[in-house]
Design a protein around this ligand. Sequence first.
Ligand SMILES: C[S@@+](CC[C@H](N)C(=O)[O-])C[C@H]1O[C@@H](n2cnc3c(N)ncnc32)[C@H](O)[C@@H]1O
Length: 282
Amino acid sequence: MGLPTVKSAELEDVEIGLLLTGIQQIYGYDFREYAAASIKRRLAHWLAESEFDTFSQAQSCLLRDPDTFLSLLQGITINVTEMFRDPAFFLALREQVVPFLKTYPFLKIWHAGCATGEEAYSMAILLNEEGLAGRYRLYATDIDEEVLQKAAEGVLPINVMQKFTQNYQKSGGTASFADYYTARYDHAILSASLKKNIVFSQHNLAVDAAFGEMHLILCRNVMIYFKPILKERCLSLFDHSLMPGGFLCLGLKEGMERKKWSERYEEMVPRTRIYRKCYATA
Ligand SMILES: C[S@@+](CC[C@H](N)C(=O)[O-])C[C@H]1O[C@@H](n2cnc3c(N)ncnc32)[C@H](O)[C@@H]1O
């Protein structure tokens, strides 16, 4: 009896499945619950740039050499971000959520999937302008250690600052954006005063545990790359981490559609994806 012939696309699916299982077992990064089309696209891009022709060829090196794996990790994670990304969201946060936040003596805020940190720095600016300086700690986490290092440096290319200034102005900023950085050659160095209340640390939403008693959690443009099962894991994690009456902010293309969540959370401001956890939740 002859062996069946397998189409190359099917073979590649098998290879990717084996590789992702191996990566999970060796490095603890579980990408099996990421949206298949998106992860395949990014893996294929990595493969095309690599010295290997197939994932089977690459597998041994990826599983045995952490540096090769890190290069793949860079290819898998999408780290695009901006300061005051979606300015209307930050405006709603400033006008509709901050009045509630001001009623607490001290705030704990979690930026899950913070990439290079622009969202956390934007939050620090917003809170300082709203008179909350010294009354908050921001926990900014990501799966990718390399972007976290960049985040902690707080140095941005100067050519993005014009766009970030416009975002800041549209988001209701009350000062001059230039007050928050020093231009040096082709870079902008963010003010040290913004960094001092931000803790950057590695956290993997697919496997790691909840953070305690947050007043506000932002996880924007991260779960869009996840399969529903992983998205549910994340929402449960945030639910456990959020105090009653706390706020959860998702990306503009993300939501809490399932009845389970819509019973526990109300969207504060329509179309902003700012949700508030009800007080009467078990
Ligand atoms: C597109 S960026 C979003 C950055 C920021 N939240 C924003 O909206 O501008 C997505 C980030 O999610 C991170 N990420 C992907 N999978 C993750 C996981 N399992 N746990 C934590 N972070 C993850 C990526 O490394 C990347 O930095």
